[in-house]
Design a protein around this ligand. Structure first.
Ligand SMILES: C[S@@+](CC[C@H](N)C(=O)[O-])C[C@H]1O[C@@H](n2cnc3c(N)ncnc32)[C@H](O)[C@@H]1O
Length: 444
């Protein structure tokens, strides 16, 4: 945690100021420590302040200097209360075997943490790569759903990421800080950051695991906070822009989250809420979506524009930014899979954004889109084949097929251009998202 972040922060539960105790620092960043407010103490683990309620186990580990244990617990939480855990719980509740039950349960927790620690941080090898880390965290220890792994690892190729990039371009470089609410593993923060640097971009999410991925693999220069969108731990009016991509529709208390976003936003600030799933669209409901009219009502007191994401995707693929001039009719909105909102507290005029000077997705370290696997190779080059890791990925990203070629050949000179990070000569592959810019080291 950068010490300057403290100037922005307040306690989310009492709105009082915070003081910092540093236990371990690296290159001027606080790695482990504690934040104190009138209402409570909050741990800092691996450079990420955790401003959530009830983290007593983590606080105890950080206080005791057991930093690696604190990190593992923050990443995976406690072992699930199933099987042996239930037997231990039963024993703990009896009169005669309570001590035995507690001992057995503590042993079970320690075994679970030690096993996780060995997998996340193997002693005999380098750091595990992004795919394996997502797989462990989201596939093995958290949601146990491969679709979450795929969403995160292949995020840079998703249409909803393309929509987010379009809005990031539209926001430009506001005069002041930008906050990403529900930033997840930091894919969009990374895009914002590249435009805002050297100014830091701030991200908040209640998933520590995702934030750790952001800090270590995706957006290492961002200032990240583990906290809840409905109780933002920031002073009033500190942000020039608040962004939220693919996250706002998950939040049940949308009014609470929006009020918080407005509180931390400057009067002249911009709000971008992208990838808002439409409750009316024919798909399995995910999160807590509203109808497009519901979203419009929610932001009715603001100056706003609501835009179907499919329109933004089409325009992006033609090389143009967000189509914001026209207010889209109700029937079209109702048929949209997802919509996005551009809003502000001041009176705003909305216009179509113009032609991109360069592809927004070309910023970064050029690489073959990870959605492709390597096929046959010969003197003419290497063939890459589009893969869909899971049906779920294709279903939530139906437009993927409209731009990613099924297969393509990467010639040796083109491979050389990728290596030199040179976009000239790769225009066709960039246009189809076969090649794109990634955070340095993302694939290794
Ligand atoms: C689908 S992910 C999107 C991540 C990222 N914004 C992106 O576009 O790649 C949704 C994120 O919202 C976060 N989230 C949902 N509800 C939240 C809340 N009330 N407070 C903080 N984060 C929340 C989740 O933890 C998750 O990381």
């Amino acid at each position: 945690m950068n010490r300057e972040l403290l100037d922005l922060l307040i306690c989310p539960f009492s709105k009082s100021s915070l003081t910092l105790d540093t236990f371990e620092a690296k290159d001027d960043e606080v790695e482990y420590g504690m934040l104190h407010s009138e209402a409570g103490d909050f741990p800092i683990v691996a450079g990420i302040p955790i401003l959530l309620w009830g983290k007593t186990d983590l606080l105890a580990l950080v206080r005791a200097g057991k930093h690696q244990e604190a990190l593992t617990m923050a990443l995976i939480g406690k072992a699930p209360d199933q099987g042996v855990g239930q037997i231990n719980k039963y024993l703990q509740e009896t009169t005669w075997f309570s001590t035995l039950g507690t001992w057995l349960e503590e042993k079970r927790q320690r075994t679970w943490e030690r096993k996780a620690e060995e997998q996340f941080f193997p002693k005999d090898g380098g750091p595990v790569d992004a795919h394996r880390f997502f797989d462990l965290g989201l596939g093995t220890y958290h949601m146990k759903k491969p679709s979450f792994v795929n969403y995160n690892y292949y995020r840079f190729g998703c249409p909803s990421y393309l929509v987010a990039l379009s809005f990031v371009e539209a926001m430009g470089t506001p005069k002041g800080l930008v906050l990403d609410v529900g930033c997840g593993a930091g894919h969009v923060i990374w895009a914002i950051q590249q435009r805002m640097a050297p100014q830091p971009t701030i991200g908040i999410d209640y998933s520590f695991f995702s934030l750790y991925m952001a800090r270590t693999r995706v957006a290492p220069h961002a200032w990240l906070i583990c906290g809840d969108a409905t109780a933002l731990p920031f002073h009033q009016g500190v942000f020039a822009g608040v962004f939220s991509s693919d996250a706002f529709y998950f939040i049940p208390n949308k009014w609470g989250a929006l009020k918080e976003i407005e509180r931390v936003l400057m009067e002249s600030g911009t709000i971008m809420l992208t990838g808002l799933r439409n409750k009316l669209a024919a798909h399995k409901p995910v999160g807590n979506p509203l109808t497009p009219q519901g979203y419009q009502k929610l932001v009715g007191h603001l100056s706003s524009r609501i835009i179907p994401d499919s329109h933004t995707v089409h325009r992006y693929l033609d090389g143009y930014g967000v189509p914001a001039a026209e207010q889209v009719d109700e029937a079209t909105l109702d048929e949209s899979f997802a919509v996005s909102i551009w809003a502000g507290k001041r009176n705003m005029e909305f216009a179509d954004m113009g032609r991109f000077e360069q592809w927004p997705h070309a910023l970064g370290e050029l690489a073959v889109n990870p959605l492709y696997m390597t096929g046959p190779s010969n003197d003419a080059g290497t063939v890459y084949l589009r893969r869909y890791p899971l049906d779920a990925y294709t279903n939530i990203n139906p437009q993927v097929k409209s731009y990613l070629p099924e297969l393509f050949r990467l010639t040796k000179p083109q491979a050389g251009l990728i290596h030199q990070n040179c976009t000239k000569g790769l225009e066709e592959l960039l246009e189809r998202w076969a090649v794109l810019g990634l955070p340095p080291g993302y694939l290794h």
